[in-house]
Design a binder for this molecule. Structure first.
Ligand code: TXA
Ligand code: MG
Length: 352
């Protein structure tokens, strides 16, 4: 049986109320959540699986140094075994057990972006089991920016391997209820926090070679990285070119797929809106249930935070067809959102 525990109170606002205003009620709510986090941490330390909130999407964690525990993640998610898992830490100094490559540039990235939505791919130490890295000699590492996640990892006393907490292929979960609908009964604990602030998974940056290379676009953009470290920053051609094999194994799979057929409409926004309305009416006239996803043209932050939730809501409404409006790929966050939207639609695109 999966234990389902509420940790919503472990958020920055409640912690601030507690610290700045000595708010007793806030203190008690935080204490109650910490009792759950403590129990979940003990389960992690004993080789169990715990789903938990992060600022990007919910993760499904296990002790990263325990191969048998990590195997339970692959089983619960139905995850292909050639897809490596990101290892999460709670203090930057814990990175030294996972990698020995800490150049000044890497330290700069950590100082600037951790805790936060940036995963660094680095050469792994012998302590990291092969199952975590799917046999690769590199390991993805990140420190999440979420109070419950950080407390959980700290109290578990081990680095925590955690992919997104969805059944493989389904949209990543950004709300506690999404984790419940995918993993209830399949994992030991689900920590239910609030909705994820960022809403798309971390930027994956390969720092194992000579040229920093983005393997998965995310909230931290190429410009953000370039501005900090200067020099060349590349984008893995596998992200956009379907003929190139992506370097992040996970980028090659069918992903984020809703149950409905999905089409993305690309073009000037007024035209996109009118074309979607026309196609919607045509389909509805034939008794087909249609869902629409259109965001404000420049509201990339909102689009990132809501896209996966919208896909899941349309699945719950059992629509047959999803019609979505493309956003600008010239904006770096827009590019990251479009990466998810195109995959969700299986690259089914109509230019208008
Ligand atoms: O925001 C996130 O990154 C979330 C939260 C839970 O932290 N996690 C996440 O994990 O999205 P997952 O497993 O769904 O995606 C990990 C991605 C995959 O595309 C995987 O192939 C890539 O990172 N990856 C992990 N380790 C890698 C490595 N050593 N080399 C190349 N790619 C790697
Ligand atoms: Mg995932």
């Amino acid at each position: 049986m999966t234990k389902i525990w509420d940790v919503t109170s472990l958020n920055k606002e409640t912690i601030l109320e507690c610290e700045e205003f000595a708010d007793n009620d806030a203190f008690e709510r935080i204490e109650a959540a910490l009792v759950h986090v403590d129990a979940a941490a003990a389960i992690l330390a004993q080789g169990g699986t715990v789903a938990f909130p992060t600022e990007t999407v919910y993760g499904l964690g296990a002790n990263a140094l325990d191969a048998a525990a990590v195997a339970k993640i692959f089983k619960a998610k139905g995850r292909p075994s050639d897809n490596p898992i990101i290892v999460h830490i709670a203090k930057a100094s814990d990175i030294t057990q996972l990698t020995t490559k800490l150049t000044p540039t890497i330290v700069k990235l950590i100082d600037e972006f951790w805790p936060g939505p940036l995963t660094l791919v680095l050469p792994k130490t012998a302590a990291v089991p092969d199952i975590v890295t799917a046999g690769l000699q590199t390991v993805g590492i990140r420190m999440p920016d979420d109070a419950a996640a950080l407390e959980l990892i700290k109290r578990a006393g081990c680095p925590v391997a955690a992919p997104s907490a969805n059944i493989s292929g389904r949209p990543s979960p950004t709300r506690a209820k999404d984790v419940l609908s995918d993993l209830d009964g399949k994992v030991d604990v689900i920590l239910m926090g609030g909705d994820c602030r960022v809403g798309i998974e971390s930027t994956v940056l390969d720092m194992s070679g000579d040229v920093p290379t983005i393997l998965r676009p995310g909230f931290i953009t190429k410009e953000d990285i370039k501005e900090l470290i200067g020099g060349r920053v590349e984008m893995d051609p596998g992200i956009t070119d379907s003929l190139e094999a992506p370097k992040a194994p996970g980028m090659k799979y069918t992903h984020y797929a809703p149950k409905a057929t999905m089409t993305v409409f690309e073009g000037r926004q007024e035209k996109v809106i009118s074309e979607i309305a026309r196609i919607k009416a045509l389909n509805e006239a034939n008794g087909i249930k249609v869902g629409v996803i259109i965001f404000e043209e420049k509201d990339f932050i909102l689009a990132a935070s809501e896209f996966f939730a919208r896909l899941r809501d349309l699945d719950s409404e059992e629509v047959d067809l999803i019609l979505a409006g493309a956003m600008s790929k010239n904006d770096s966050l827009g590019f990251a959102v479009m990466n998810r939207m195109m995959k969700a639609a299986g690259y089914n695109i109509v230019k208008v």
